[in-house]
Design a protein around this ligand. Structure first.
Ligand SMILES: NC(=O)c1ccc[n+]([C@@H]2O[C@H](COP(=O)([O-])OP(=O)(O)OC[C@H]3O[C@@H](n4cnc5c(N)ncnc54)[C@H](OP(=O)(O)O)[C@@H]3O)[C@@H](O)[C@H]2O)c1
Length: 215
């Protein structure tokens, strides 16, 4: 589990690549425009990083991260991610993504949409409620007082255990919101979305979250 393949290398993807390299992982980064457009980031990241197509990044990944605008999630390659842990950072912004009926009527969640697109992958929602810049500045060693916590959600416990371990390495406690269908509790406009929270605070935020229809 030493290679992280990133589908998307923007604000969140770039920051997760920096964190991964800083913690001894190899990274393969990709975007929509092609590997040649990522040379500056690869140079910054150093010898543990290379750029590739999204398909190649997915193929190389022990753990993959999908961190693209949600409207492009259905372009994520399916076959090379079969059976793999796929971390989903994505959020729904209709002004960016266009309207998606199943999300507007809250019959599903963003991560369940990605899971439906990647039926045999083990999708774990993570890193969706922290500002990109804070990924490299808010991490603290395990056991630090008031350590920041991040929410995960997923349907596969082993995959969630792996992601919990990764978050711990990256400097964060984890709060498990449950299966993917509970991911709405940390969508935009819920109390835990954005601010720095400890695990205890975040658990209260998840419990206090309300559906858009009830806001
Ligand atoms: N920014 C934040 O602080 C933040 C925090 C938490 C969660 N999020 C969520 O995380 C996701 C990514 O956000 P971001 O801010 O990192 O976005 P961003 O800065 O706009 O970066 C998006 C990245 O995805 C790439 N991409 C787009 N379509 C692709 C495709 N079909 N295949 C491969 N790569 C593709 C883009 O490549 P090109 O540039 O080549 O098109 C770019 O590298 C979003 O869903 C966002 O809501 C963001």
């Amino acid at each position: 589990m030493r290679t992280i393949g990133l589908i998307g290398a923007g604000r969140i993807g770039g920051q997760l690549a920096r964190l991964a390299v800083a913690h001894g992982y190899d990274v393969v980064i990709s975007n929509s425009r092609g590997p040649e457009t990522l040379s500056a980031l690869v140079a910054e990241l150093g010898p543990r990083a290379r750029a590739a197509t999204a398909f190649e990044a997915a193929e190389a990944a022990d753990i993959a991260v999908v961190t693209v605008p949600l409207k492009n999630c259905r372009k994520v390659p399916v076959a090379p991610l079969a059976g793999k842990i796929v971390i989903d950072t994505n959020n729904y912004y209709p002004e960016r993504d266009g309207h998606i009926a199943e999300l507007d009527n809250e019959s599903t969640t963003t991560s369940e949409l990605l899971q439906a697109h990647l039926p045999t992958s083990k999708v774990v929602k993570a890193f969706n409620h922290i500002y990109a810049a804070e990924l490299t500045t808010h991490g603290q060693p395990a056991g630090s007082k008031n350590r920041r916590a991040l929410v995960i959600a997923g349907d596969d416990q082993t995959a969630k255990d792996t992601v919990t371990h990764l978050l711990d390495e990256f400097g964060f406690d984890t709060v498990d919101a449950g299966p993917l269908k509970e991911g709405w509790r940390i969508q935009r406009d819920t109390p835990g979305y954005g601010p720095r929270r400890t695990a205890e605070e975040l658990r209260k935020d998840l419990a206090a979250a309300t559906r858009y229809a009830d806001q």
